[in-house]
Design a protein around this ligand. Structure first.
Ligand SMILES: C[S@@+](CC[C@H](N)C(=O)[O-])C[C@H]1O[C@@H](n2cnc3c(N)ncnc32)[C@H](O)[C@@H]1O
Length: 75
C-alpha cells in the first residue's frame, strides 16, 4: 500500500523535534507521568511515528508494544 502521509517528507528529521526544549522539558516528562507504570501491559501506539513513545512504553514496563503508522518514512 502506498504511504502518501504528509509526514513522509519530514520523517528523517522528525526525531530532532524531540530534542527541542519544549519536548525535553515539557512534552516528554508530561507524557511519561501520564503513562505511569505499564508493567506487564500490552500497548498499541497508534501514530507511533519514529517510535519515541513506543520505546518509552517499554522503559515503563510494557511487555509488548505495537506501533502503527501510515507514514513509511516515519516508521
Ligand atoms: C505528530 S506525529 C507524532 C509521532 C509520535 N507519536 C511522537 O509523538 O513522536 C503524528 C504521527 O501520526 C501519524 N498518523 C497520522 N494519521 C495517521 C493514521 N490515520 N494512521 C496511522 N498513523 C497516522 C503520522 O504519520 C505521524 O507519524
Amino acid at each position: 500500500m502506498a504511504s502518501g502521509s504528509q509526514y513522509d517528507a519530514i520523517g528523517a528529521a522528525y526525531d530532532a523535534v524531540k530534542a527541542l526544549p519544549a519536548a525535553r522539558y515539557a512534552e516528554i516528562p508530561t507524557v511519561r507521568a501520564l503513562l505511569g507504570d505499564l508493567t506487564r501491559l500490552t500497548v498499541l501506539d497508534l501514530g507511533c511515528g519514529t517510535g519515541h513513545y513506543a520505546r518509552i512504553c517499554r522503559e515503563l514496563g510494557a511487555t509488548t508494544v505495537v506501533g502503527v503508522d501510515n507514514s513509511a518514512e516515519m516508521i
